[in-house]
Structure formats: C-alpha cells, structure tokens
Ligand binder design. Structure first.
Ligand code: IMP
Length: 425
C-alpha cells in the first residue's frame, strides 16, 4: 500500500476523475492537495451525474475518508452546498468521513470580487481565471493575512479576522479598481454560520494522512488542475496559483516523502486549455470543431466549472516529456482516444526547432512554432474496445510512439466517457 498521486499532465481537464474513481475503490483516504472550486470533476452515482468542485471524489466509496489538505483554498459556502448535494444523493458525509485541514485557507466573496476586478482591469492581458477568488486567496496566504480553517474554532477571533480581510479587500476594490465593495456585516454573519456547521470537520489532516501511510493504507492524492497550470512551472503568468505538480502532494497534505509512492500522469491524446496563455499546437480550423464537439455531449470540451468552450490542439510531446520528468511519472493514462477515430491523419508536436527556448522546453510563448510528426488515423469506432490488441494498428502505433518519446509506459487508454470504457495494459 502506498501513496498514489493522480496528476494532470496538461492544462487541466485531462479526465483525472475517472482514475481517481478507479483507484479510490480500494483506498482508505482520498486527499485533495491543491486548488479550490476552480476545479470541477464529474462523478456518477447510479444514473445521476454530479459536478463536484471541492470534495475529493473518492469519497463516494463508503470506506474512503475524504481529506481536504492544507494546500487548498476552500470557499465554505460552496463546500456546505456540496456536502448537502452528496447527502441528498445518499452519500453520507459527516465529520468522521470528511476532514478539512486546519491550515487550509478560506475564500470569501471579497476574494471573488477582487479576482473579477483584476481580470477586468487587465483587459486583453487577462489571465482568463475561473473568477472563484483563487489567486487573491493564495496571495493573502502568502501575505500572512489569510483566514485559516483553524480560526473557525475561536468565533471572536474568527469574526475579527474575517472582518479585517473583508475591509482590506474592500479598500483595494474601491480605491484601486473603482469597484463596488462587498457587504462586510452580511458576510461576517454568514461566515459565522458556516463556522458553526464546518467546525466539526476541522482536523490535523497531516497527522491523519501520515498515520495512514505508516499503517500501510492506500492514500490517493488527487491533484487539481494540471501541471502546466502550476504556479512555478506552468505557463506563467497564465496559470493558477497553487502547486499542481505531484510534489505538491507532499506540501499540500503536510506529509514527508513516503517510501512507496506512485505517480500516475493523465494526458489527453490531444490537448485543451481554458483561459489565456501560449498554446503552441492550438488549432482553429474544422479539426478544432471536431475535437471540441458542439457541447451536446458530456464528453465535449466545455469547462465543468465555467461552461467556457475549451481551446483545442494537437498533443505536444515536447511538453509532455518534460512534464513527465518534472512529476516523476511512473505510468501514463491516455484519455479520449475515441475522439481521434474517423480522422484520416493527425499530428503531434515532436520539437520546436529554432524557436525552442534555450533555457527549458517548458518555456513556450506566442513565437514558439511546433514541428509535427503526422500519424495515420483509423476509421473504426473504438468505443467498445477493451483489449489492447483489439485497437486498430494505427492507434497502437500512436500509443507506442508516445511511450517511446516520453519514456514512460502507458498503462491505461480511455475510449469513451463511461466508467468501463477503458483499456488496461
Ligand atoms: P484560476 O485558477 O481561477 O485563477 O485560473 C487561472 C487559470 O487556470 C485560468 O486559465 C483557468 O482557466 C485555469 N484553470 C483553473 N482551474 C482549472 C481547471 O480545473 N481546469 C482547467 N483550467 C483551470
């Protein structure tokens, strides 16, 4: 038993949820280590589909404890709604099953307002954030004025801290961005109510996860977003504000590097991105429409959190190889292979030639020009394929090429949105 970390290899939305679902079946703990409600994962309970943003999706298994790590920024209102939604769906969520790190930081409506005001102020240079207050909440953490979940345990102090942060943010909203202030009294009142609901869930999650690992239990580390949105190694500044890499699991859960750790990287066989920033292999022609879909299917490329159409393009193997190294990926899962069916040929980026950054392959910008390798497509519908040898030869050639190029074995290939639409090698 070990820590198994599931991390996105691209700009998020790689389909991590399915693998969290698969691996959490036998896990004692499913732990989120970064981000907030900017993430969105779709889970299915019986015939119903739920969209969760905060609670680790592994919690749908009755033996699994959900942990929300100190690396997260958590909007308490969204969290309470998710707890209610899951309860209504028949999933019992109580303080013995869901643990919030006392060191996790809190998002307020003022953070959201500031996120939106900053984006509006940036105009064409905007990051394209999800507007959930993620950046401002992490900034307050770094400024050491953030409100932590621990503060909920002392209502007077909590009230004082929430009031302080709302007033400070209002000052910036009004005086720097010419925006409307938030209603401090109303929010403080609401936050005191949230505190009375959430206090029993606050725990020393660092100890809980460490103890579980020491007792040889299986812990799933659920990464949110994707490695190319990482605060340090993402396409800065067009990224998110947290540590999205596998190594973020250690700091974001408060654990030492375990003896036995497996990192599973999830990558689409093409690429997508929401928001602004460089995307060297982006497509704009009818191929783009085809890869994105028209939004009528749940598998189509529209954001879970914001509904925005995703930008789409060919797989960038140069970035993928570097991201695999950075994350220490042991095995890859390739998703959405079925979407390539019916295309006569398609491309993958294998170099940047003279436009490559002399410093790192991860440094890409608008001038980065991809060099492509073209692959033969296949016409067969592969949605029902469950065995590697039953895939069309052209599909196997593509997968084998990817493995060789990035020097990581491909363990899973998904061929459709259903839970069992999966080839395991
Ligand atoms: P923020 O995390 O809301 O600050 O947004 C920063 C950037 O990360 C924007 O380009 C967002 O579209 C992107 N982003 C944040 N979370 C996700 C996610 O879960 N999936 C895909 N993109 C995301």
């Amino acid at each position: 038993m070990a820590l198994q970390i599931i991390v996105g290899m691209q700009w998020g939305d790689e389909g991590k949820g399915r693998f969290v679902d698969l691996l959490s079946k036998d896990a004692q703990i499913a732990a989120r280590y970064n981000g907030g409600d900017n993430a969105g994962h779709t889970i299915r309970i019986n015939d119903d589909v739920y969209k969760l943003h905060l609670i680790p999706s592994g919690i749908i298994y009755p033996q699994t404890i959900g942990v929300m790590g100190n690396g997260m920024v958590i909007n308490p209102q969204i969290l309470i709604n998710e707890i209610r939604e899951l309860r209504d769906a028949g999933i019992e969520i109580n303080p013995s099953r869901l643990k919030i790190s006392y060191a996790a930081h809190m998002i307020t409506p003022a953070h959201r307002a500031l996120d939106l005001a900053r984006e509006a102020h940036l105009g064409d240079a905007k990051i394209g954030t999800t507007g959930r207050g993620i950046g401002p909440a992490y900034a307050d953490k770094a400024h050491r004025i953030g409100v932590r979940y621990l503060d909920m345990l002392k209502p007077d102090l909590f009230k004082e801290k929430v009031t302080h942060i709302l007033n400070e943010t209002n000052h910036i909203l009004v005086n720097l961005y010419n925006s409307e202030p938030v209603d401090v009294q109303k929010i403080v009142k609401e936050y005191l109510e949230y505190a009375s609901i959430l206090t029993p869930y606050i725990a020393d999650t660092s100890k809980i996860v460490s103890d579980a690992l020491n007792e040889d239990q299986l812990v799933i580390g659920e990464g949110a977003q994707g490695a190319m949105l990482d605060i340090d190694y993402g396409t800065y500044p067009y990224n998110t504000s947290s540590s999205c890499l596998s190594t973020g699991a250690m700091t974001g859960l408060g654990i030492a590097i375990p003896k036995d750790v497996q990192v599973y990287g999830i990558a689409k066989v093409f690429q997508t991105r929401v928001g602004s920033g460089a995307f060297p292999t982006e497509l704009f022609d009818e191929q783009a429409l085809r890869l994105r879909g028209d939004g009528s299917q749940q598998w189509d490329e529209f954001g879970t959190t914001t509904g925005r159409p995703r930008r789409v393009g060919w797989l960038d193997l140069v970035l993928l190889r570097e991201i695999c190294r950075l994350n220490g990926v042991n095995a890859l899962a390739l998703t959405k292979m079925d979407v390539l069916s019916g295309i006569s040929s398609f491309d993958a980026c294998v170099g940047y030639g003279t436009t490559a950054s002399p410093v790192s392959p991860l440094i890409v910008d608008e001038s980065t020009a991809p060099e492509y390798q073209t692959f033969d497509g296949w016409q067969e519908d592969i949605g029902e394929v469950r065995q590697w040898q039953d895939l069309p030869e052209a599909a196997r050639t593509y997968v084998t090429f990817i493995e060789k190029f990035v020097d990581v074995p491909v363990k899973w290939i998904s061929v459709g949105p259903e839970r069992n639409s999966l080839i395991t090698r």
